[in-house]
Design a protein around this ligand. Structure first.
Ligand code: NAP
Length: 323
């Protein structure tokens, strides 16, 4: 496994990270979840991502139980705050967002669920237009100074929002965000235009989500009418894949698979290396519903792929990618 600095900061994360959205505490049985996390660690993954809102805290609890057996200092443990945490039938006004109250309380709740005394990377899951940026940045600075949070970051913030937060923190002498977590894959290129360059300019690393486009870039879906029964596209979360799940996309992926075969590189590895070709990307956070996925995906962490192969892969999917 290779490791990269989180932007300009000293901490290093594995090029392949492991996330728990929809899976751990959700669709995947706990013993399999624990086995996936342990296998990833054995193979050198140190970056583990979750969020308070994933299965309303259950993901964090499963991740917490899984890492209880692992040496804590080896891990870069990331979670997030922003999404609503009270029961859907009884929403409370302060159960979400990035107010000082919610961020502070959820930090404590995440620490409890994760069974740890600090969060290595605490991320603002979305931008909160209802809370002054100063309030959030200062609350994060306080958590850093209190030792509960080691670094803080953002997710799906626009380039301008990121630049504004950096400017504010530098002016006030507060701990600044060190990372951004955008969706980024060969089928979702939106961050390329402004977000990645802005992060590069200000020294933030990017830990990118759904680098396999939720499994589509593994090549396991050949036709929209023939979906493997045990896959995400066949389950309750299929609607989340709607943007990509068209025959036009699957046909383009089939072309990419052919060129991957010619080059002797598995398509999955090519898709992950494609995200990591950008210097602004520190880690590609994959999901895994079985240990075999971890083995497969982590193997991309040690791979060198010729530039022309990456360029041909890029070209095969450019026309169907969202940007
Ligand atoms: N910040 C945010 O807003 C945000 C949003 C979403 C996700 N995330 C983070 O990003 C992480 C990854 O997202 P993701 O799960 O969508 O990533 P992904 O790696 O693009 O997709 C993962 C899914 O693809 C399938 N898969 C993965 N590897 C495979 C392999 N080698 N062979 C065959 N199928 C494979 C599995 O689903 P099936 O087996 O079910 O088909 C797996 O759960 C999340 O866990 C979370 O930590 C963040």
């Amino acid at each position: 496994m290779r490791y990269r600095k989180l932007g300009r900061w000293g901490v290093q994360v594995s090029e392949i990270g492991l996330g728990s959205w929809l899976t751990y505490g959700g669709t995947v049985e706990e013993d399999t979840a624990v086995a996936c996390l342990h296998r990833a660690y054995e193979l050198g993954v140190n970056f583990f991502d979750t969020a308070n809102v994933y299965e309303r805290g259950r993901s964090e609890e499963v991740v917490g139980r899984a890492i209880a057996d692992l040496p804590r200092d080896d891990l870069v443990l990331a979670t997030k705050v922003y999404g609503p945490m009270s029961p859907p039938d009884r929403p409370w006004p302060n159960d979400r967002g990035l107010s000082r109250k919610h961020v502070t309380e959820q930090c404590e709740a995440s620490l409890r669920r994760l069974g740890t005394d600090r969060i290595d990377l605490y991320q603002c899951h979305r931008y909160d237009t209802a809370t002054p940026l100063e309030e959030t940045c200062r609350a994060m600075d306080d958590l850093v100074r209190a030792g509960k949070v080691v670094y803080w970051g953002v997710s799906e913030w626009s380039a301008d929002q990121i630049a504004h937060a950096i400017d504010l923190c530098r002016t006030r002498g507060w701990a600044e965000p060190v990372s951004n977590q955008p969706q980024y894959s060969a089928l979702w290129r939106d961050p390329e235009e402004r977000v990645l360059p802005t992060c590069g300019e200000h020294g933030l690393g990017n830990v990118v989500w759904s680098p396999l486009a939720m499994g589509i870039l593994t090549g396991k879906y050949r036709s929209v009418d023939d979906v493997p029964p045990d896959s995400r596209a066949a389950g309750d979360h299929a609607t989340l894949m709607r943007r990509y799940f068209t025959q036009e996309v699957l046909d383009a992926v089939a072309q990419a698979r052919e060129l991957a075969e010619e080059a002797g590189v598995p398509l999955t590895h090519l898709a992950l290396r494609w995200t990591l070709r950008r210097p602004e990307v520190s880690s590609a956070i994959v999901g895994a519903t079985r240990v075999g996925h971890v083995d497969d995906n982590v193997a991309a962490g040690d791979l060198d792929v010729d530039r022309d192969v990456l360029e041909r892969f890029d070209a095969a999917l450019a026309a169907v990618a969202a940007s």
